[in-house]
Write a protein that binds this ligand. Structure first.
Ligand code: KG4
Ligand code: ZN
Length: 352
């Protein structure tokens, strides 16, 4: 029998199998990651090799450098993941991989490694959207969590509010019309002279500052659930450049605090509005900016007031990892979704 026939048969069987063990691969940006996840919820191994230190000296991710480092790291991570799970390759039921969104060269490393593994082990290959992965990070963090819910997706590449009615059924309620919020954190941090990645640095510095500079997000979208962050990004940059040109002193901590207050208010207002409008009193946060401590504190307080349940991934699953991809792949397979052939390629952009 041909590989494709064997793989398709095994893929279809995953729906009926009691225990499904998936080895998942993530390489969309600057983290090479491999995990082994059982039944979408139980993480048996979670290996992440971060390139942050390498990219820090360039002030951001250099795509070519990221691809090369994924190549160097990926084979060892595979062996380490099996070791951590006390498993052999024969114990695996499927191989899952992020096919997009992300950096083309970086994604291709994971996709091609996954294809090689799937073919050599004669296992089905499941192509997973990075965005669905971020949402699924919550399923491994909260065993009792099930759809439906409202999701606030806040990462370096995406900012959106989604209505998740079932594991693979979602509707976009709002999105950014320009920059993603994580991109905005990173840019502001860079202008403040903070190291890459900027989000966690702003988070730390803001704690020492006062909210005393009036930054505002564009209110042209205030009636919709869409976001716009390029205006506030530009006003923060202009504020800093102005001060520098005039050689005036200013507090970086106050800038960080005032910026973060403004952006987190906007995210909170809109996701709570979405929950109240939809009647779904359950909010789930996804993506790297979901690690932000001010965003979490504000959401906790406001959700409590409104009687809304709120869920965040545990911190290690908030930023890029492969366990979240393994969880998403499990729910894809249960719905017969995501089966990929060996011509699978990477996609820099995928629909929300
Ligand atoms: O989800 P993620 O790891 O990668 C993408 O899919 O983009 O998100 C990365 C983004 C970066 O912009 C990073 O600065 C931001 O998440 N981030 C944070 C925090 N931790 C990571 N932003 C604000 N506060 C944080 N604590
Ligand atoms: Zn991500």
């Amino acid at each position: 029998m041909s590989y494709i026939k064997i793989a398709k048969e095994k893929f279809d069987n995953l729906r009926r199998k009691k225990d499904v063990v998936i080895l998942s691969i993530e390489s969309s940006c600057d983290e090479t990651a491999i995990a082994i996840v059982k039944n979408g919820r139980e993480v048996l191994a979670n290996k992440v090799s971060s390139q942050i230190e390498i990219h820090r000296r360039f002030g951001g991710v250099v795509p070519e450098v990221a691809s090369r480092n994924h190549i160097t790291a990926i084979s060892n991570l595979y062996l380490e993941a099996l070791e951590e799970a006390h498993m052999k390759a024969e114990d695996l039921d499927a191989i899952a991989v992020t096919y997009g969104a992300g950096l083309m060269g970086a994604l291709l490393v994971g996709v091609n490694f996954a294809k090689g593994l799937a073919y050599s082990l004669q296992l089905p290959l499941i192509a997973v959207s990075h965005i669905h992965g971020h949402i699924s990070a919550n399923y491994i963090s909260h065993k009792e969590l099930n759809p439906p819910f409202i999701c606030l997706m806040v990462s370096g590449g995406h900012t959106a509010i989604l209505k998740i009615s079932d594991y693979n059924k979602q509707k976009l309620l709002g999105t950014t019309v320009d920059d993603a919020v994580g991109e905005c954190f990173d840019k502001v941090a860079r202008v403040l002279g903070l190291p890459y990645p900027g989000g966690p640095e702003i988070d730390k510095l803001a704690k020492e500052g006062e909210n005393n500079i009036k930054f505002i997000v564009s209110n042209s979208l205030h009636k919709s659930l869409n976001f716009s962050f390029s205006g506030i990004k530009t006003s923060v940059i202009n504020y800093i450049h102005n001060k520098d040109q005039k050689k005036e002193e200013y507090s970086k901590a106050d800038v960080a605090r005032s910026f973060e207050e403004c952006v987190t208010d906007e995210l909170c207002d809109k996701v709570i509005k979405a929950a109240l409008l939809s009647g779904l009193k359950k909010i789930v946060i996804a993506g790297g900016v979901g690690a932000n401590s001010m965003l979490r504190a504000k959401l906790d307080e406001r959700c409590k007031k409104e009687g809304i349940e709120i869920y965040y991934p545990v911190l290690k699953y908030c930023t890029d990892n492969a366990a979240m991809i393994g969880s998403a792949a499990y729910y894809y397979a249960k719905d017969k979704k995501g089966f990929a052939e060996l011509d699978l390629t990477a996609k820099p952009n995928v629909d929300l």
